[in-house]
Design a protein around this ligand. Sequence first.
Ligand code: ATP
Ligand code: MG
Length: 356
Amino acid sequence: MREYSIAAIPADGIGPEVIAAGQTVLASLEMRLGDVKFTFENFNWGSDYYRKHGVMMPSDGLEQLKKFDAIYFGAVGAPNVPDHVTLWGLRLPICQSFDQYANVRPTKILPGITSPLRNCGAGDLDWVIVRENSEGEYSGHGGRAHRGLPEEVGTEVAIFTRVGVTRIMRYAFRLAQSRPRKLLTVVTKSNAQRHGMVMWDEIACEVAEQFPAVTWDKMLVDAMTVRMTLKPRSLDTIVATNLHADILSDLAGALAGSLGVAPTANIDPERRFPSMFEPIHGSAFDIAGKGIANPVAAFWTAAQMLDHLGEREGSSRLMRAVERVTGAGILTPDVGGSATTLDVTEAVCDALHSSN
Ligand code: ATP
Ligand code: MG
């Protein structure tokens, strides 16, 4: 029996709904496979915890998480708590302390889901966006001077290091090399930002030399949004900074039909610490508590988690089950259906049991 201990942090809004759904399908998969066991410990951290304790997680929170094989995360953000408090109080400390420097965001149009792109259907947009997840624009450096005065200045400093850029570039080239098309696009904004972004371009050229099998090109981030929309098939693996990839992956999620189907993995490739798996979407309070949150992103990221844990068969079984369900038109309202979170979850469990 292969056993994995997983820390679940459902947190805010629809987070608890989709994480519970994910735990249900993983339990089903466990029964189907018979030789794997997932043991979950749930942590009630997040905005409710913040209202009670003034912090998003306890001071030894990171220490508590260290012993797990993986972290399964819902979403943070609540209407009455500032976004930077929720983000910096829980999600970012985990990513940064556990050096989850590679944020991996696959995009594909799933069967049965309609893309806003004309002439694109199931199986199209087979992209993986690799987001630098440890530095750059989200380093937290900067400040405010002369607060409230007419001469007030606010700075937000993006910090890029040779170590940081080289390791994400290597990760992206390696990933591109492992995919059938061996195609990588490196995204920067090196025409307008002439320091760190030019360094990104230079390091891309250096790393590329170690991966002669990979065909790669460079794009400016503004032009990249156009290419993703008008020439989606010309792309495969994409690497970009923390901020740029954050924006591009929301676009990618929308082009694949909904944020509700977009997963992400925060990976520590060196496996010193647990990696964290979460849907791209946030807490979506507009639909929280209504039972209609799309759980597909949470299922897909659970498949990413299985992959990372070395459970390849379980991962592909789970994705096949998800695709059978979306293909059969069992869809939540965000992707044009009328099914509930529970309907989709039960259908995926059934598909897991009836598959061979
Ligand atoms: P946050 O502030 O935490 O990012 P948000 O309110 O900005 O949350 P997002 O989750 O980023 O909301 O998503 C934007 C919108 O997309 C939501 O308001 C919701 O209507 C829709 N959406 C996002 N995720 C899902 C989902 N899993 N199922 C259905 N609709 C979703
Ligand atoms: Mg949002």
